[in-house]
Design a protein around this ligand. Structure first.
Ligand code: GUN
Ligand code: ZN
Length: 437
């Protein structure tokens, strides 16, 4: 028997990349329904449309959940985040390499303890849901039990989550090192245990080329070629000192990206966080191989790393999503992260119009993760992950939105002023996963 539920609210989602829209405010790239109905059957979107048109055709046993005067958008997607780093968010003062040594590595050592990993994973996933994030690509630690912890929690929530064991065998504390062979076999075991289970996907996760031997990168590349449907997730060209270190460590390489490409780690389903220092050839290579970039604005500013040139990446045809990059970033809220992206782009003389902003956090991110056939908008047949936003939850947002009737203008203000308080409810496959009160 089909289980059908209908959700009544204003509904807004992207139908296409707004950058391709030629109309004045790009409204052809989105669907907005002021009094809408989202009909979910067995966890998948059956239909969206005007409530008045659809309600009479619903059979009597279909429950109608009322979220009137609120806005439903697709669940937001965080393309790069470290769950073990929630306890060092907002740590003072250092840039990347010193920050790793002073804050990140010490806190990650605690994940040798499975009970600790489980406690942090629980907190982290609950926080994602509270913030309206329904899909995330997640760094664990070097310890396989840290991956078990995050996948176990996501599976219990029926959440779409991608994660992997960190590979690191040099230039880091002894306690956090694996080796080329154990990194390969541990990752393979985790792929066999978790990849494709529920809504989970595995990501082969070399931390960055600084902390891997050539042997380890080669083994990671071998695993990636043996499992093309598994993800690759790493950092690339975030910080100037890091880029210099790579040039010394891999003196044969043309560029930082060339190192990953050489070892077979640049391909479809490879996601690279940051990418602040790519040249034209790197960008072309990234686009040609189908790699994706996770743009992490709050982290890039907090760690003093730099400003990401989104226009250039888009012009080259590269897939781009957004990442919070906790603990380098300072908020798990994708609304805040989009707002920070807008400011970074403004500093570069670039724009991020309202519907483009929505696209980056939803359908564009789904495309970066090669998941646009499953999530990212409300096309029939997609997984019904969605967020109910309440503009009235924040008094200044409420006041600002009451001053406008224009959907794009309202969306923009809602995003710029929004955070976890704006999220009234989060649904995973049509089931309530978080709600206020
Ligand atoms: N590069 C290598 N490891 C990390 C990390 O944990 N955070 C960030 N922001 N960059 C990295
Ligand atoms: Zn990161």
């Amino acid at each position: 028997m089909a289980t059908t539920t209908a959700f009544r609210a204003s509904i807004l989602h992207c139908l296409a990349d707004p950058r391709g829209a030629t109309d004045h405010n790009k409204s052809s790239a989105v669907e907005y329904i002021d009094d809408g109905l989202l009909i979910v059957e067995n966890g998948y979107v059956r239909e969206t449309g005007e409530a008045e048109a659809l309600l009479p055709g619903l059979s009597e046993d279909v429950e109608v959940v009322e979220h009137r005067d609120k806005l439903i958008i697709p669940g937001m997607i965080d393309c790069h985040v470290h769950f073990p780093q929630v306890d060092i968010i907002a740590s003072y003062g250092e840039q990347l390499l010193d920050w790793l040594n002073r804050y990140a590595y010490p806190v990650e050592q605690k994940f040798a303890d499975a009970a600790h990993a489980a406690e942090v994973a629980d907190f982290f996933v609950d926080e994602l849901l509270r913030n309206g994030t329904t899909t995330a690509l997640v760094f664990a630690t070097v310890h396989p039990q840290s991956v078990d912890a995050i996948f176990d929690k996501a599976l219990r929530q029926n959440m779409r989550l991608l994660a992997g064991k960190v590979l690191m065998d040099k230039n880091c504390p002894e306690e956090l090192r694996d080796d080329a062979q154990s990194g390969y076999t541990d990752s393979l075991e985790l792929i066999n245990k978790w990849h494709g289970k529920g809504r989970l996907s595995y990501a082969i996760t070399p931390r960055f080329a600084v902390t891997s031997s050539e042997g380890q990168l080669a083994e990671a590349g071998r695993l990636a070629s043996e499992h093309p449907d598994v993800y690759v997730h790493t950092h690339l060209a975030e910080n100037k000192d890091e880029v210099e270190l790579i040039a010394k460590q891999f003196s044969w390489s043309r560029s930082y990206l060339d190192v990953y490409e050489h070892f077979g780690l640049l391909r479809e389903r490879s996601v690279f966080a940051h990418c602040l220092h790519l040249d034209d050839r790197d960008q072309k290579s990234m686009a040609d191989h189908g790699g994706a970039i996770a743009f992490c604005p709050s982290s890039n500013m907090f760690l003093g790393s730099g400003l990401f040139d989104l226009r250039s990446a888009h012009d080259k045809g590269i897939r781009v999503g957004l990442g919070t990059d906790i603990g380098g970033g300072t908020s798990l809220s994708m609304l805040r992260t989009v707002s920070e992206a807008y400011k970074v782009l403004h500093l570069l003389g670039q724009g991020l119009p309202p519907f483009d902003a929505l696209y980056l956090a939803t359908l564009g991110a789904a495309r970066a993760l090669y998941l646009e056939d499953r999530i990212g908008n409300f096309e029939p047949g997609k997984e019904a992950d969605f967020v109910v936003l309440d503009a009235k939850a924040i008094s200044i947002t409420s006041r600002r939105l009451s001053r406008s009737d224009d959907v794009a203008e309202k969306l923009f203000a809602l995003i710029m002023l929004g955070d976890d308080r704006s999220v009234a409810a989060t649904y995973l496959m049509g089931e309530l996963a978080h709600s206020v009160g």
